[in-house]
Design a protein around this ligand. Structure first.
Ligand SMILES: NC(=O)c1ccc[n+]([C@@H]2O[C@H](COP(=O)([O-])OP(=O)(O)OC[C@H]3O[C@@H](n4cnc5c(N)ncnc54)[C@H](O)[C@@H]3O)[C@@H](O)[C@H]2O)c1
Length: 443
């Protein structure tokens, strides 16, 4: 089949000119971990940006110039808000005047662990009310291949506007790695796939204004699949090392030493590390978007399901290491006091979404332990409907516990102090590497 040739669209040319001259008005729907840093980048590039969020508290904080995302410094945000480059609102009617709208809403799983695209659907319903000739719509939320074409395009096309001529539609996955000091929105290459070549062209033109490298691909499906491949790649490799960690414990081999030595191979190997399980909004969730899509097309994605199964067992495995260690030292888990170190799902950030620490705590509590947590990034949290506060790490406080479990290797944890004053330390992250003590139980 020969490709359908489209005549150059005057709307595309006009939009590209507005983008290149920074006169294009940009709206970002969803001011979270992804949307806020993106809005800040566009504002810094000289665009006028409006963040739209349903959460009125977030909007009020933004308008007061106060950041709630660790990677966005308040000083930077305040300057942009004061200069009028960045504003925030709960009112979607601003879309009427927007040239570009980027959708960065959550894509969680339903209770049945199927994709929950209701946030995308709700955002698109708002865009549909205000879509107009010359508008570029980009979805950035992680989702299954086909979402842009099957879910968004038919909605927007119902307005009578033609994609690629009147309005433009693309998918561009967000790759932000919260807390990463080297790779951030600006220097992480951006993959872009438009519904038509004109759609890709204008979306590429937009990101080129600020991002260092843009990687165009042939369709939204490819761009959607790229993101899922990246996250599935991580999930599967973490599943593999987690399985290897369980085997190594049985064989009395130090898995951490094995991985470090294997990583000396300069080609064909990439180190992944075992741990207490997956957390965050991406790796535990996104592969299930892909396996759902696979199932819907009659295909069984076995690697993905198996990695999900192995990784899903890890919190319980780590909790059981603590229970066993207590038993070996003559302390019953029932009534034992256990301190979980780190609630954030990874080091040096404050995000507790999907954190395996919750499951570790739950397993220990179900076994009768009295559990507290300590995390300098998470002063308090909601634990299954109960408010908990972070326990400060003092020698006296540490001595109160029968066991400490390192679930997250925050760099600021005082590891020497923890080891000195704890009776047992279960280390699921190799945070105590290089230290020798009979108190340490390494994963
Ligand atoms: N957090 C990450 O590290 C990361 C990295 C890459 C990709 N992603 C993907 O990006 C997307 C967004 O994730 P996030 O971490 O930024 O989520 P988040 O929960 O931090 O932020 C989402 C924001 O969207 C708002 N919102 C929800 N529905 C809305 C609607 N209909 N209209 C307006 N606002 C709405 C929420 O109030 C919230 O402020 C997800 O698909 C996620 O998988 C996240």
């Amino acid at each position: 089949m020969s490709p359908v040739r489209q005549r150059p669209s005057p709307s595309a040319a006009r939009l590209s000119r507005r983008i290149e001259s920074r006169r294009a008005r940009i709206a970002v729907i969803g001011m979270g971990y992804v949307g806020l840093p993106l809005a800040v980048e566009f504002a810094q590039a000289g665009f006028t940006v409006t963040g739209i969020d349903l959460n009125a508290r977030r909007v009020a904080r933004l308008m007061a110039g106060r950041s709630y995302i660790q990677d966005v410094p308040t000083a930077e945000l305040r300057g942009l808000v004061r200069s009028g480059r960045l504003t925030a609102t709960t009112d979607f009617s601003v879309l009427r005047r927007a040239d570009v709208v980027s959708i960065c809403v959550p894509t969680p799983l339903s209770k049945q662990r199927d994709p929950d695209v209701s946030y995308i659907v709700a955002a698109v319903a708002q865009v549909k009310k205000h879509v107009h000739p010359g508008m570029l719509v980009i979805l950035e939320s992680t989702t299954y291949p086909g979402t842009t074409d099957e879910l968004i395009l038919p909605e927007l096309a119902e307005t009578g506007l033609r994609v690629g001529r009147d309005f433009f539609l693309a998918f561009s996955p967000e790759r932000v790695d919260p807390g990463n000091p080297v790779w951030h929105t600006r220097n992480t290459p951006k993959v872009v796939g438009g519904v038509t070549p004109a759609c890709t062209e204008v979306a590429v033109a937009l990101y080129r204004q600020r991002l260092e490298r843009v990687v165009p691909v042939s369709s939204p499906q490819v761009a959607e699949m790229v993101k899922l491949l990246e996250n599935t790649f991580r999930s599967v490799n973490i599943g593999l090392v987690n399985e290897l960690a369980l085997l190594c414990r049985r064989l009395k081999i130090d898995v951490w030493e094995v991985i470090e030595a294997a990583a000396s191979k300069p080609f064909g190997f990439m180190p992944f590390y075992p741990g207490p399980g997956l957390g965050g909004h991406c790796i535990p969730i996104d592969p299930f978007y892909l396996s759902w899509k696979a199932r819907a097309s009659g295909f069984e994605a076995r690697f993905i399901e198996l990695a999900g199964y192995i990784n899903g067992q890890m919190p319980e495995y780590v909790a059981n290491l603590a229970i066993q260690a207590l038993g070996q030292r003559g302390t019953a888990v029932r009534g034992a006091r256990i301190l979980v170190l780190g609630m954030a799902y990874k080091a040096d950030i404050d995000d507790v979404r999907e954190s395996p620490s919750f499951d570790i705590m739950k397993t220990l509590e179900d076994a009768g332990a009295r559990v507290e947590y300590s995390d300098p990034f998470v002063p308090s949290l909601d634990y299954f409907g109960r408010r908990m506060k972070s326990t400060p790490l003092t020698p006296r406080a540490l001595r109160r516990f029968d066991c400490a479990v390192i679930a997250t290797a925050h760099r600021s944890f005082p590891y020497g102090l923890i080891l000195r004053h704890s009776k047992i330390v279960v280390d699921s992250r190799n945070a105590l590497r290089g230290r020798r003590s009979s108190k340490i139980v390494r994963l």
